[in-house]
Design a protein around this ligand. Structure first.
Ligand SMILES: NC(=O)c1ccc[n+]([C@@H]2O[C@H](COP(=O)([O-])OP(=O)(O)OC[C@H]3O[C@@H](n4cnc5c(N)ncnc54)[C@H](O)[C@@H]3O)[C@@H](O)[C@H]2O)c1
Length: 254
């Protein structure tokens, strides 16, 4: 029987340890900052060395680890290093991702392979690496960054859409297998978010048309995605498992 939480404790992460991938910038950085502000110890993982400055800016209880999430031995080593430093990993946020765009009929194979490797295989490798500890403790939260592209087609996004639909499928399966053992696994599906990735892909006239098609008439802010990540990782969402939370201003209901 799960203990009831008081409203004050719903989003308290004091004493919790979190791993966020792709934490050097954008959504991942906002997620790391939000967890740190709510009392968690955060391990910021990224292939970009600038992640060290981001971790340092959060304070001494946080750490950075430079790793490419597609590198299986590197992922195992990163998870081992964070576990050694923090004692355990309570929460994993699989956020690292890329989105090279091209028409489907001429989509380069190399970009397809890179997109699937980072967006989907990387999330799998990370989840597989943290799962044994979580399952042994019968406690854990995994939040996987999908996208509205997981559930709709978007021009130029053939590999991205496939990778994010894969995230939702992977999330369903892990939720089913690990839910009975105290580990919830959920996905998030934002619309365009105002980060370098989002604003590069949706600049100018194309961006204006996209904003106009979103019922809330705007793109999301990184902190708005972070807020939903914290919710799914919190005790408040203990009964939410295998969900794909749309944070799209209503875009996909149109
Ligand atoms: N920005 C959007 O519009 C939007 C919308 C929906 C979903 N998303 C998803 O949110 C996540 C973050 O997007 P963002 O907009 O913050 O992107 P971003 O480009 O601003 O940041 C992505 C981060 O991931 C890191 N990264 C990339 N490949 C990596 C690898 N192989 N190993 C480790 N780190 C790696 C980058 O160095 C970078 O720090 C992605 O999964 C993206 O698909 C973004």
């Amino acid at each position: 029987m799960t203990e009831a939480l008081s409203p004050d404790d719903l989003l308290d992460f004091g004493g919790k340890t979190v791993v966020v991938t792709g934490a050097a910038t954008g959504i991942g950085k906002a997620v790391a900052e939000a967890f740190a502000a709510k009392g968690a110890r955060v391990a910021l993982l990224d292939r970009d060395a600038s992640v060290a400055q981001v971790a340092a800016s959060l304070g001494p209880s946080h750490l950075a680890h430079i790793v490419d999430v597609t590198d299986e031995p590197g992922v195992e080593q990163a998870v081992g290093a964070v576990t050694d430093a923090f004692g355990r990993i309570d929460i994993l946020v699989n956020n690292a991702g890329i989105g090279p765009l091209a028409p489907a009929e001429s989509y380069p194979t190399a970009d397809w392979d890179r997109t699937l490797a980072i967006n989907l295989k990387g999330a799998f490798l990370m989840a597989r690496a943290v799962a044994p500890g979580m399952l042994a403790r019968k406690s854990g939260r995994i939040v996987n960054m999908a996208s509205q592209a997981a559930v709709i087609g978007i021009e130029g996004h053939v590999a991205y859409c496939a990778s994010k639909a894969g995230i939702v499928g992977m999330t369903n399966c892990m939720a089913l297998e690990w839910g009975p053992h105290g580990v919830t696994v959920n996905a998030l599906s934002p619309t365009v978010v105002e980060t370098e990735l989002g604003l590069t892909g949706w600049a100018g006239e194309k961006g204006e048309r996209a904003r106009a098609a979103i019922p809330t008439r705007r793109f999301a802010k990184p902190w708005e995605i972070a807020a939903s990540v914290l919710y799914l990782a919190s005790g408040a969402a203990a009964m939410v498992n295998g969900a794909n939370l749309m944070i799209d201003g209503g875009y996909t209901v149109v």
